[in-house]
Design a protein around this ligand. Structure first.
Ligand SMILES: CC(C)(COP(=O)(O)OP(=O)(O)OC[C@H]1O[C@@H](n2cnc3c(N)ncnc32)[C@H](O)[C@@H]1OP(=O)(O)O)[C@@H](O)C(=O)NCCC(=O)NCCS
Length: 159
């Protein structure tokens, strides 16, 4: 089950995504409508199992495609399809808002995630040197930019 993230999810998300200041930024962006910040939760327990965000204004140098970012699943639950389900859910939101394509940035060495994105139909658009800034530092990281056709990635409707 997917729902919008809330401030009360901050600690639960911190268990598997240890960037509290970025969680706060994602919550603020969701509050002003520039992003959608989703959590996957266990329907019985309400436990937070994973997250994904969509930045509707796009990523670096590309305001035409919404950006999927912040995808993460609790380590002990990886490899069971939850990451794929989050990506498909996000792609459906993007297609429903009328966008043809979705983009994402993935660290060039994150082979497992890149394999997953390619399997779901994303294609590599090219390398990119991503510049990040926090309150106290800046840095760069080599990433790949991937593009996907949102309507093709969305879940197949149940009959
Ligand atoms: C990437 C991630 C969200 C996938 O979630 P998941 O629930 O394991 O995904 P699924 O079960 O749907 O798909 C499994 C695939 O994910 C990838 N994967 C599995 N473990 C992974 C890991 N530790 N790190 C990165 N990718 C991984 C593999 O491609 C795997 O397929 P394979 O078993 O055929 O190799 C999850 O592994 C994770 O949270 N990784 C750490 C954070 C991260 O790298 N996020 C992506 C940032 S762009």
């Amino acid at each position: 089950m997917f729902r919008d993230a809330a401030a009360t999810d901050r600690d639960a998300i911190g268990v598997f995504w240890p960037h509290p200041e970025r969680v706060d930024r994602r919550l603020a962006a969701a509050a002003d409508g520039t992003e959608t910040f989703l959590v996957a939760v266990d329907p019985a327990e309400g436990t937070v199992l994973g997250t994904a965000s969509v930045r509707w204004g796009g990523g670096c140098d590309d305001a035409t495609r919404p950006l999927l970012y912040g995808l993460a699943v609790r380590p002990e639950l990886r490899g069971r399809g939850l990451g794929s389900a989050l990506i498909r859910h996000v792609a459906a939101l993007v297609a429903d808002r009328g966008f043809a394509e979705i983009s994402l940035e993935v660290e060039a060495g994150n082979e497992g995630a890149i394999r997953l994105y390619h399997r779901l139909g994303f294609v590599t658009a090219g390398p990119h040197l991503h510049v990040w800034r926090s309150a106290s530092a800046t840095g760069t990281v080599d990433v790949l930019i991937l593009h996907g056709r949102a309507a093709r990635i969305r879940p197949t409707p149940t009959p």
